[in-house]
Design a protein around this ligand. Structure first.
Ligand code: DUC
Ligand code: ZN
Length: 456
């Protein structure tokens, strides 16, 4: 099957150029000016921007949190991802404590195989430490799992720091890399106990019990362990100015630190927790919590100047009915926000169209950097001969409005309700096949992507 995308502007992390793109048998066959159509089907892309398929390096599909399962599984989440231009997600496989990594991986493969509409890979969660797990870390790389996750909070998943240090050393040996959720769990629990004693159990207590210094403290803590182990690490969902200071200090010491942030930290402010309507505020409970305007501004600046490497969603969706489980106790609200469907259009609207970042910057943080960091470059993350023909056709002139009524995410709200977007996604191609046509997701199926080592 051959398709010629004609007359568009191809975006890369280095710039943009007017060029035609020929897709053949699932791959990019050629990129160039006035390519002959031959027997290819021609798709008119005049006035459109052609981005490589977006990669979301941080999703939680079909995950149990607080005794409930995320509203999106790989079927609904994968369709929502595609609709938003994301042709590949890297989801977090989460073995239970005591379980082998192999068992966790088998479970996640089962959740995704034959269900996911978009391509996918898995990070492996390390929440336990023993000889078996140490050995299995090497085996994970042989199975295309080159990135790992550790938590410094959440009792069900967090790992003691001695074990975390040993895991970092082992990752160094095998060439794997870990993303770490950084928050100081002990003090968070103390602050939550104080809130409980004072009867302050509404969502407004959520950000107060997880303040920015407790994120920054954990970031600094991790980075000192990484310094000792002499390994690069990824700070996932960095939300606060103070955390960025810790990253800067480590980089000045010569450490390699990668940073991810999320659309909700770039676009939302902590006033969302002050709504007098308890359930309205509960919708925004996630960890780390939504921060302040000053944090937002610093994150945008860091995105522009390259201090932040990737923007992922941490998509972890719950319906308002699920969030109601915590209606008398904010600590029982399942944490997480939906977002996998809207990341691209939000970054374009509030970043590119607003003049904060360029289309190339957007390509760097949504496509090229995640592909390199997560070991699937140049198969993914770039429109170049030989790459998978994953292409987002963005129409900068077709503004739209984000609403829960018009989304594929399996939830009854979106944190971005009513926001007008600058342009929208006209079409999405997944390995050369039309996957989305003006919002209509087609019948396509995703594949597991075997990933190699970090190349960023
Ligand atoms: N934060 C959330 O809000 N939900 C899922 C996991 C995480 O780190
Ligand atoms: Zn997460």
């Amino acid at each position: 099957m051959k398709t010629l995308l004609q007359g568009g502007t191809v975006i890369s992390a280095r710039g943009e150029k007017k060029a035609d793109v020929l897709m053949e048998d699932g791959r990019i066959a050629a990129v160039g000016e006035r390519l002959p159509a031959g027997d290819a089907q021609v798709a008119d892309c005049a006035g459109k921007l052609l981005f490589p398929g977006f990669i979301d390096g941080h999703t939680h599909f079909d995950l149990e949190v607080c005794g409930t399962i995320t509203a999106d599984d790989f079927a609904t989440g994968g369709r929502a991802a595609l609709r938003g231009g994301t042709t590949m997600v890297v989801d977090f496989a989460a073995p239970d404590k005591g379980e082998t990594l192999a068992a966790g991986l088998a479970r996640w493969r089962e959740k995704a195989a034959g269900k996911s509409a978009c391509d996918y890979g898995f990070h492996m969660t390390i929440d336990d430490w023993n000889e078996g797990i140490s050995r299995e870390i090497g085996e994970m790389l042989d199975q295309g799992i080159s990135s790992f996750k550790m938590y410094m909070t959440y009792p069900a998943m967090m790992i003691p720091e001695g074990d975390m240090y040993r895991a970092l050393l082992r990752l160094k040996e095998v060439g794997g890399i870990a993303g770490v959720h950084c928050e100081n769990d002990g003090v968070i629990r103390e602050l939550a106990a104080e809130a409980r004693a004072a009867g302050r159990m509404a969502p407004a207590s959520h950000p107060r019990t997880r303040p920015a210094p407790l994120e920054a403290e954990a970031v600094g803590h991790l980075l000192r362990l990484a310094q000792l182990a002499d390994v690069p690490v990824i700070i996932v969902h960095l939300s606060a100015r103070e955390s960025l200071e810790e990253v800067r200090a480590a980089r000045r010491r010569g450490q390699t630190v990668y940073v991810e942030t999320c659309p909700h930290y770039l676009l939302l402010e902590d006033g969302v927790y002050d709504s007098p309507d308890y359930m309205e505020a509960a919708k925004f409970v996630c960890a780390p919590p939504i921060r302040k305007k000053a944090d937002q501004e610093e994150l945008w600046e860091a995105l522009k100047n390259g201090e932040i490497d990737t923007v992922a969603t941490d998509h972890c969706s719950f319906t308002t009915a699920q969030k109601r489980a915590g209606r008398y106790d904010f600590t029982r609200i399942p944490g997480g926000l939906p977002g996998v469907e809207h990341r691209g259009v939000l970054l374009y609207t509030y970043g590119v169209a607003a003049g904060k970042i360029s289309a190339s910057d957007m390509c760097r943080v949504l496509c090229e950097n995640p592909a390199k960091l997560y070991g699937c470059w140049p198969r993914k993350g770039v429109i170049a001969p030989g790459s998978d023909a994953d292409v987002v056709v963005y129409d900068p002139a077709a503004d739209s409005v984000i609403t829960a009524a018009d989304q594929a995410q399996n939830v009854d709200y979106t944190p971005y309700e009513g926001r007008r977007t600058a342009g929208s996604i006209a079409r999405v191609y997944l390995r050369g096949r039309l996957a989305v046509d003006h919002g209509e997701v087609q019948d396509v199926s995703g594949q597991f992507v075997f990933r190699g080592k970090n190349q960023l």
